[in-house]
Write a protein that binds this ligand. Sequence first.
Ligand code: ZN
Length: 691
Amino acid sequence: MNRQILTLSMLIITATLATSCGTQKEETEFQYNDERFADLQMLRYRVEGFDELSLRQKTLIYYLSEAALSGRDILWDQNGRYNLRIRKMLETIYTDYTGDRESEDFKQFVIYLKRVWFSNGIHHHYGSEKFQPGFSEDFLRAALKYIDAAKLPFDTEELFPVIFDPSVMPKRTNQADGQDLVLTSAGNYYGPGVTQQEAEDFYLRMKEADPDPAHPIMFGMNSRLVKENGVLTEKVWRSGGLYGQAIDRIIYWLEKAKTVAESEKQVAVIDKLIEYYHTGDLRTFDAYSILWVEDTEGDVDFTNGFTESYGDPLGMKASWEGYANFKDKAATERTTKLSANAQWFEDHSPVDARFKKENCRGITAKVITAAILGGDLYPSTAIGINLPNSNWVRAEHGSKSVTIGNLTDAYNKAARGNGFQEEFVIDAPTRELINKYGDVCDDLHTDLHECLGHGSGKLLPGVDPDSLKAYGSAIEEARADLFGLYYIADPKLTELGLTPNADAYKSQYYTYLMNGLMTQLVRIEAGNTIEEAHMRNRALIAHWVLEHALSSADAATVPSASDEGSRPAVELIQCDGKTYVQINDYAALRHLFGELLAEIQRVKSEGDYEGARRLIETYAVKVDPELHAEVLARYKALDLAPYKGFINPEYIVTEDKDGHITDVQIRYGEAYDHQMLRYSQEYSTLPYINE
Ligand code: ZN
């Protein structure tokens, strides 16, 4: 379970940081936002830096993209046994129907098809409930009469209850406690009639018979468990087995990728993956994972295979996904610079010397650029990925953790102009500041948090690392965030070339406080308190700073001559019945962040449970119900699509007369429906029925 998806929180941060970093011209050239339907917004991403790669690397990415797209049908079939047939039927009507294409029924039909494409099946990609069509059964039956029956070589009647009857296959992955999760889930990971008890017993016996329990394979990960003549048996997904036709296509492209791999190490990685696809042997898969995790030298990397188990109610069977990527050089340079100066940051922090590390080493975060998204990463995708999933491989060989920079960037850019800033940011000059520096400073704050913040400071000797108990993670996140907030305003960053000037950090201060005091509340239902650690951390910092700014201003009020002099560093003000964050003194704010950092580090270093409890319970949990209601109403009025997904770019290959690739170009702008129909044509690898 190692995926970081775009949660609503990121969406808020994202929206908050909507900026215009590039030139106006560039913006109009590239459209990050594409069409919107139902609860979905389609976006596009740029593969920044692709043109600077060598021809060999471009070719490698092209082959790996083909491999990533070739497994598409596998996921469709994993998501439900009727999905491939339903897709074929809907697409054929979409292209061939010559009835009234302006009718409400047809419009609803198109929305339904677009949703099915997005979800790789008939169940919602996120909630997993079956969505109901907005058109009638009669319409579908009539529409089928326009279609050449030879194009649909299966029983279409059988698909009607699957599409229309709400009681048939209502959930793809049922997690409701007390029900038979296997029997009641529509996902195709278990054959008809297999019960949860049978599945659990089957895998328990397998685990008990494991000859090497210290290095367990991921039992059941790459197979469907079925009952044949009353006997349970696994149908393994491999060449020559279930999904073999798709896997053979994947192998074909992996073989090609091998010929242009970046190193011998990478050749070995691909070889092992091919061997695993041939045999379906999970020990070979572990061997592959080890080779993959240890291959960190090259620029180009990929994931291709049965990976995440969110879709199996028992959390064993892995959905197929694939993507190709390459290192984001600029971002990696940024984190390398910070890491190289880790000791300087540690030495100059406002923390008590007793809590500082004598030998501080930063971590270099890997930021990558996605070149293609496939399988369970398309169109809805993760923005951070940490693999492999095998616990013992992670413990003994480590894992690769990446942030997908160009996707985060696309989310940010797409959020421009969605009205969020206009609604919540106090005035035009502040919006301007955020527009100019928001992106740069948001990335930088994340870097400071990850590369330096978490690694800074030390516990006093004898302090139990778990002494803060339930408050530990919110305190730890606050520590890392405060380290970032304190240093983002430091001239050292401008000196290192990481911030453009001495004002840029102000954008981060504003959006951070606006989020912590107000806008993150849109994720919380009216009447509830704040529970999640990152949200508590932000609330803690924002409310502590607000309160201390107000009290220090009060103290200064009496002798102050001017009105200006008595204003707190930050305050919440009312304007036309709406609440806004107003920052009056950014330098004083930095001082407050430093003070809180010193206190939080003390709490952590001393293992002061009572101190942690007091901070969290006072500042991080409670929600002002009036402000909460106001924020919820203002957000709702913006009517933003809650889910987003990406349209892929296309890779256009030029070959010489001997079939050697002489150029790979990237092309953007393909329409959503065009891409989906093209994929169904070019990457249709499986039969309509896979038993
Ligand atoms: Zn963190």
